[in-house]
Design a protein around this ligand. Sequence first.
Ligand SMILES: *Cc1c(COP(=O)(O)O)cnc(C)c1O
Length: 292
Amino acid sequence: MEINRPIHRIKLEELNNLWVKREDLSDPFISGNKWRKLKYIVEKAKSLKKNHLVTFGGAHSNHLLATAAAASRNGFQSTAFVRGEKLTNEMLFLCELFGMELRFTDRESYRDKQLLYNRHFANNPSSYFIDEGGASEEAVKGCAEIIDELDQHYDHIFCCAGTGTTAAGLLRGIHKHNLSTKLHVISALKGGEFLREEISKYEKNLEALILHTDYHFGGYAKTKPELLQFIKQFVASTGILIDPVYTGKMFFAIHQLANCGKLNFDDKILALHTGGIFGLFGMQEKFNELII
Ligand SMILES: *Cc1c(COP(=O)(O)O)cnc(C)c1O
């Protein structure tokens, strides 16, 4: 099946040469980078004759929804260990519609995923372990293909990061094609310095990497009125939905870096829209507070 992920040019204040690769358009549910990450994971599970994907995530995880959708389309069962108390929300509702079994897990047990998996699935020969966020060599391989598809040179490529797996894949692609492109990675989490080590597990050479750790807005899934205000304006003026958990932080960073002279207005910049717009649902109240 042909999948279309066009590159759109957008106007963000003075930036004249800003482009967005619309990975978010690959699929409504297997969204953005999750599509890339799951591609070879699903392929490997199939080749090992597995039929049950088991994974891990928080209650608003884009990865859970993507895995649930990918599992059902490929004839797999799926189970997710969901961090924290039993609850329901739009994301988990969709996961269950796709047939995913949810097992709510207290934070202490959730910490050691391999142990959790072994405890429940050790005797199940058809189950397949997928780490939180899909972090794996297969995911890196899938994400590197984003760079294979580019037919123009960019001075800078931007992406946002949770586990850093997507960033590692992009870096791999940049090396493979011998590009002089700088890879800017915006940490969605507080204390994002850890990403350097995570990325280097897959790609040793970090010369092209510029890690930005000051755009987390308080931490993962935390936000501030300034970010929500920026998102409102961005969505209304570009027609592209972005969310406060990931891509909103990335576009905010691009905007700030340009305003403080760290990017030139004519630099050719590619921002990767990694999807995840359902992240907006968890933030609806915060947006409402803003309007009042
Ligand atoms: C999961 C996710 C990320 C983080 O990707 P990593 O490979 O874990 O760094 C970024 N953006 C969106 C929209 C996501 O859903």
